[in-house]
Design a protein around this ligand. Sequence first.
Ligand code: TXA
Ligand code: MG
Length: 318
Amino acid sequence: MAMIGTDINHAVALLKAGQLVAIPTETVYGLAGNALDLSAVSQIFKVKNRPSFDPLIIHLPAFSAVSPYVKAIPEAAAVLAAAFMPGPLTLLLEKSEQVPDIVTAGSALVAVRIPAHPMAQQLLSRLDFPLSAPSANPFGYISPTTAAHVDEQLGPQIPYILDGGPCEIGLESTIVGFPAGKPTVYRKGGIAVEALEGVAGPVEVRAHSSSNPQAPGMLKSHYAPRTPMVLGNPEDFIAKYRVEEIGCIRFQEAFHGVPKAQQLILSPSGDDQEAARRLFAGMRQLDSQPLSVIVAELLPEEGLGRAINDRLRRAAAR
Ligand code: TXA
Ligand code: MG
């Protein structure tokens, strides 16, 4: 068990001493360390059991603090930053020499994010280095949206978890890069593609590939519970499993053939933001039950529904 609390001074002291701290953001909890400290960064990979080819996002208090770490800021990046930062957006920019290669896994691009969560903001503005912070879960598992989620899995390996309450957004940030200057979504996330397009015009979405070593968050099998998950209609599984063995993830309405306690209803009112906020905690809850299969229903492919469906598809790809 890690120590859990709201002591920002303590978090600052640990991070300055090269230690790791789990931190709240509005998307998901991150496992943070000094991005300029090689031993802190390698500790992050070790605690998460994360392959070294999977690069880390750096977190800063404001977009204005990004210049030492990048070589250039494309016009479209500046436009998106002005509209959505701080917030659930990550930009892929050409890295400067300041950013250690271990952080970007050798890539010439660095992923930059400015979290909006007030506690993350307070913490980052007290540091004179960026924080590398992947989601605070073992590699491949569901991202944590509460301090307790972090503690359950990584608690024994980290000295402190800063508790900022349940995450407001509940999905990881949207990752946007700029090949040839054109905004391109590499991971669907907390900012809907429609919202990006409202500001930047048409954007390309490349977040479909099944095994892209350039962005392993896009690996087909990711964000997955231990219980086998499938996409489809629970009706089709009633003949194959006992009713007590079937879990359901549904958008608005329960499935009538399975007990309610085995079902995650994401948003009875059909609100995609509420659905996003509840998804990961609900998946963990189902995963803690003795189920043999979790049958998930996809949401309409619009707004945050696209990012939610992306996570459901990946979770089912195992
Ligand atoms: O919302 C978020 O983005 C959360 C919070 C904690 O900030 N962080 C997060 O980090 O989701 P992580 O490491 O779990 O996912 C980051 C994704 C990975 O799939 C990684 O491959 C991709 O971003 N990524 C990071 N740096 C990259 C780079 N230089 N080029 C391409 N992809 C990169
Ligand atoms: Mg992750």
